[in-house]
Write a protein that binds this ligand. Structure first.
Ligand code: NAI
Ligand code: MG
Length: 490
């Protein structure tokens, strides 16, 4: 059990109130850490440190190359300590260790990728009339308030911090109160990596207090948020008072579409992987599985057979394929949807708590992989984000029908199409209203490519070069090249 503090202006500090929050291992409900329960006063200190670092001190003079090198050092640090960090992710989030290892490799690469991009920021020269030179410079947006969720704790932190550092911004990051440990451990390496004090500040606490204080703080220029639609709406509203730039990566109800000509074995894997990875706590979960009628029963049976073999248990056990949900709140939410689903559709697998759990995990937040079939797209389990291991299987007739059902949702984060016909796939790609569309796969999110939603899944893009743009402003510079005075007032 470790007690952590906030990381503000390069130093470790307690919350002004002295209050703390308990951090749990969701597999055992053991308290594994304590973190400050920060309020507006703590946020204000962090924002002022970030402001100072942005406006004065060494950071504004740091070259892009040096910022890139800092990011490379952070990447190397994570690479060298990957085993320790993966274990922390599993202990704190619950996910299987093998999945936590993948996250670590992604997070390390995210720092490396933006380290490389730091030196590639370019502006434009524009052809304006007259004896004039017109430039568009790209400059850091300023102090970024970054609020992240608990499903991919370190990956989410990397995705926010790396482009901000590359762009020359400074940050106040608030981890999710459920999963703060990995990013606090990473903060221990900031100084050695060469980050000046105040450039990255980590403030812990609850969303309604610490998170809200970041959103309304007048000295914060931009908010980057990943989490629920509900809080996304609050943030957009609250940030409007000071007209902050806002980027929102919210939830979804993503369709995973299987045409009759899909490669059958891959389809089975794809349906399972799409929604049972990370216990289904994925913003892009393929929670609506759309299957063409001619293969509907055959694919459903095969998916159910294979899903029965998914081993649920503590993430640290090597045979575990699915860990516990992250918190009591999430566990209660998912269980309540299981009851909703039982009234709306036909339950073919799971539907509750696993019967056999190891002794030490008897209290953990475990839920069975659950499959509902014959779901109508108007059902709540097809419309609302559950954020757990719950699949809703929906039949469709043809391409037209598939795209119509797929798009009939307020969300638009992601979609996947499985077929051996490339023309059919590309027709669907064009019609699907989603920020990410996979063909014959689901869930890969390469660090080099943009990620983000259409519709109520949010706006702005993370990852890839687009992710860096979110931290850059454009400054138009107009240079009069005539050495004579301007004419009109003479
Ligand atoms: P949440 O949206 O409440 O929390 C995400 C982050 O926002 C946390 O750091 C939290 O402290 C902060 N936050 C909460 N209220 C805030 C406020 N008023 N102002 C500023 N920051 C605030 O998500 P929660 O409650 O943990 O999960 C609820 C649902 O949200 C999940 O069941 C899931 O449907 C969705 N979700 C989506 C995620 C995604 O990746 N898009 C990630 C996590 C949750
Ligand atoms: Mg919440």
């Amino acid at each position: 059990m470790q007690t952590y503090r906030n990381f503000i202006d390069g130093a470790w500090t307690d919350a002004a109130s002295g209050r703390t929050l308990d951090v749990l291992n969701p597999a055992t409900l053991e308290v594994i850490a304590r973190v400050p329960d920060s309020g507006p006063e703590d946020v204000d200190r962090a924002v002022r440190a970030a402001r100072r670092a942005f406006d004065a001190g060494d950071w504004p003079q740091t070259s892009a190359r040096e910022r890139g090198r800092i990011l490379f050092r952070l990447s190397e640090y994570l690479g060298k300590n990957a085993a320790r960090f993966a274990e922390i992710e599993t202990l704190n989030n619950g996910k299987p260790l093998a999945e936590a290892r993948e996250d670590l490799s992604d997070a390390a690469f995210c720092f490396e990728y933006y380290g490389g991009l730091a030196t590639k920021v370019r502006g434009d020269v524009l052809p304006v009339p007259g004896n004039v030179m017109s430039l568009a410079l790209r400059e850091p947006v300023g102090v970024a308030g970054q609020i992240i969720p608990w499903n991919y704790p370190l990956m989410m932190a990397a995705q926010k911090l790396a482009p901000a550092i590359a762009a020359g911004c400074t940050s106040v990051l608030k981890p999710a109160e459920q999963t703060p440990i990995s990013v606090l451990e990473l903060a221990g390496a900031f100084e050695e990596a060469g980050l000046p004090p105040g450039v990255v500040n980590i403030v812990n606490g609850a969303g309604e207090t610490a998170g809200a204080a970041i959103v309304v703080h007048p000295e914060v220029d931009k908010i980057a948020f990943t989490g629920s639609c509900e809080v996304g709406k609050i943030i957009m509203r609250e940030a409007s008072a000071t007209l902050k730039r806002v980027s929102l990566e919210l939830g979804g109800k993503s369709p995973n579409i299987f045409f009759a000509d899909a490669e059958f074995e891959a389809a089975i894997e794809g349906a399972l992987f799409g929604v049972f990875l990370n216990q289904g706590e994925i913003c892009s979960a393929g929670s609506r599985v759309l299957v063409q009628r001619s293969i509907y029963s055959r694919l459903l049976d095969a998916v159910v057979e294979k899903a029965k073999k998914i081993k649920v248990g503590p993430g640290l056990s090597p045979e575990t394929k699915m860990g516990p949900l992250v918190s009591q709140e999430q566990y209660d939410k998912v269980l309540s949807y299981l009851e909703v689903g039982k009234k709306e559709a036909r339950l073919v697998l799971g539907g509750g708590r696993p019967k056999h759990l190891p002794k030490e995990a008897e209290k953990g937040f475990f839920v069975e992989p659950t499959i509902f079939c014959d779901v109508d797209n108007s059902a709540r389990i097809a419309r609302e984000e559950i954020f757990g291991p719950v699949m809703a299987v929906i039949p469709f007739d043809d391409e037209e029908d598939a795209c119509r059902i797929a798009n009939d949702t307020p969300f638009g984060l992601a979609a996947a199409v499985w077929t051996r016909d490339i023309f059919k796939a590309l027709r669907a790609v064009k019609r699907l209203r989603a920020g990410v569309v996979w063909v014959n796969h689901m869930q890969p999110a390469p660090v080099e490519a943009p990620w983000g939603g259409y519709k109520q899944s949010g706006f702005g893009r993370e990852l890839g070069p687009h992710g860096l743009d979110e931290y850059l402003e454009v400054k138009q510079v107009y240079i009069n090249l005539n050495d004579r005075p301007i004419g009109w007032y003479r």
